[in-house]
Design a protein around this ligand. Sequence first.
Ligand code: PGA
Length: 255
Amino acid sequence: MSRKPIIAANWKMNVTPSEAVTYLDSFLGTFKEAVPVDIVIGASFVTLPKAAELIGPNPAVSVAAQNMSHEASGAFTGETSAAMLNDVGVDYVILGHSERRSLYGECDSVINKKVHATLAAGMKPILCIGESLEEREGGKLESVLSEQLEGSLADVSAEQMADIVIAYEPVWAIGTGVTATSEQAQDTQKFVRSVLEKLFGGDVAGATRIQYGGSVKPGNAGELIGQPDIDGFLVGGAALDPTSFAEIVSAGIAG
Ligand code: PGA
């Protein structure tokens, strides 16, 4: 089954609205027309409106938030709702990133509520999963990933899976400069697809896009995208420079 690759920048807590103008001026100069990959820019809450305005109705590029509240509205100081994100033109919401899990205590049951709230608002979750080095070395890779998928995707239907992207990001490869080898990434993503098959059946598993994330750079993107179960990337550090992110996207288009 052919899956359209999806390559997303995760700017994290970087790129102010003014800096987004400079970045997107350069990046959008390269990507104005539809290309055979979906490109996503994941900006902070305050940068999102500016990013969405600059990108506009672009056939290649859309906008992602990096988090969202599962509550609809009300007394939740500091939180941002699905309706607010919808209102500024957000298409995707990155959920369950390892930094949200480890630094802000997000667990699978909360992430699951966010997945449902995102879908209910007509946006698409990019659901992040991944193991720590200790878990991998302790033989827990498969049980950790299965648990994250089952918990975060509880009560999601096979039909809803058409709007969900999975991002496999080994925690030990995020921001460390250490990339999983293409063999490690492929083996693990094949396993992730097998879990999706158990949960939702072969058709859904075959159609779901699974990104790899963790120190993706222009120099390794080509080899990684050549793997059969790698359907794109979630890119942190290397996506802070528009030229290097454009090179990664180009590797995805070529791959
Ligand atoms: P990195 O981050 O590319 O800087 O490793 C990836 C991510 O956290 O999504």
